[in-house]
Design a protein around this ligand. Sequence first.
Ligand code: ZN
Length: 160
Amino acid sequence: MPIGLNKVVTIHYTLKDESGNLLDSTLGSQPFSYLTGHDQIIPKLEEEIDTMLIGGKKNILISADEAYGEYRDDLVHSVKKSNFPDDVDLEIGMQFVTNAPDGTQMPFVIKSIDGDDVTIDFNHPLAGKNLDFEIELIDVRDATDEELAHGHIHGPNSHH
Ligand code: ZN
């Protein structure tokens, strides 16, 4: 029986890229929980976990176009150092957030610095990567009415 919508699903996961490099893992720390049917994780990943049984493990491969999309060169821009606050010592890999005209927060990372020119990258850090998940399904429970009203889970790690 599929897990279905409006459940709180708790998993341990290990995420590697297609070359086997470790990108992220919950092993050795708190497992990760999400509310099903609320686009909180990659849709393809949610779909694959939907058919798992509690205690089961599954290897799930997700191509870049089904995960965070292909890497887009048009999301890489060159700006002048003067666009940044004077008191910030810019370094490659630093992350910033800027606001789009509509108020949307747009995170970016500094990709390179050449004199007064700074190259910034709005791609998701996992864009262009084929993802290799090892999932262990720990628990499934019904979401509470309050969780459904808020659209997120409540628990030891929540904001409440
Ligand atoms: Zn809440």
